[in-house]
Design a binder for this molecule. Structure first.
Ligand SMILES: *[C@@H]1O[C@H](CO)[C@@H](O)[C@H](O)[C@H]1NC(C)=O
Ligand SMILES: *[C@@H]1O[C@H](CO)[C@@H](O)[C@H](O)[C@H]1NC(C)=O
Length: 189
């Protein structure tokens, strides 16, 4: 029962966000993920270049810092700069569920709340990363999220365009992506 309410709450939040394009009929697609994913090389800071949807976005300069812990899990720290000039951050933990599929992680931010999938579709570790997250609800519909990340606050158009192609291949409509504001972020370091 509690879980049902949580799910409804998430659904409601998303609906209120008015981005109904995040809802899709049927189950999640299963895009291919980064081969031979090496989580160690993936650690460090990544900046958000584009994402979908923009529902939960409040601030700008969004970035994520990943740290490998001794037990093999990953500490996640997401930070953003709010309009009032304050830095807002949230911490969570990501882990690989099945060591045969190292690019497929689950990430959790709140105790008791369901973990969200975190699929690394593609990364070269040094420049870009493409992350996809999709959850099924009642076998009726799914809601998806995607992030294009980079090691710097800008990514060349070439790479952006290649990553758009990869997202398209994964079944994501790239017209739904929003460009993240990574200007005036000096206070974030
Ligand atoms: C993963 O990357 C780290 C850091 O570059 C390296 O030391 C390690 O050997 C790599 N692991 C595998 C399985 O390739
Ligand atoms: C782990 O992944 C492999 C490869 O995809 C799969 O064959 C295996 O069944 C999975 N194991 C579990 C426990 O899900």
């Amino acid at each position: 029962m509690k879980k049902t309410f949580q799910v409804l709450f998430v659904v409601l939040l998303t609906a209120v966000g008015a981005d109904s394009q995040s809802f899709h009929r049927g189950n999640c697609p299963k895009p291919s993920v980064q081969e031979d994913f090496n989580v160690t090389k993936y650690m460090g800071t990544w900046y958000e270049i584009e994402k979908l949807p923009a529902v939960f976005e409040r601030g700008k300069c969004n970035q994520a810092t990943y740290t490998l812990l001794d037990d093999g899990t990953v500490k996640v720290r997401n930070a953003e700069l709010l309009a009032n000039g304050k830095i807002s951050s949230i911490e969570g933990v990501a882990k690989v569920k099945n060591s045969s599929e190292p690019a497929i992680l689950d990430v959790g931010f709140f105790k008791g709340a369901p973990d969200a999938p975190y699929w690394v579709l593609s990364t070269d570790y040094q420049t870009y990363a493409l992350v996809y997250s999709c959850s099924n609800y009642f076998g009726l519909f799914h809601i998806d999220f995607a992030w294009m990340l980079a090691r710097t606050r800008v990514l060349t158009e070439d790479v952006v365009s290649q990553l758009h192609d990869k997202l398209t291949a994964a079944g994501v409509n790239v017209k739904r992506l929003t460009v993240s504001d990574q200007t005036g972020c000096d206070v974030m370091t």
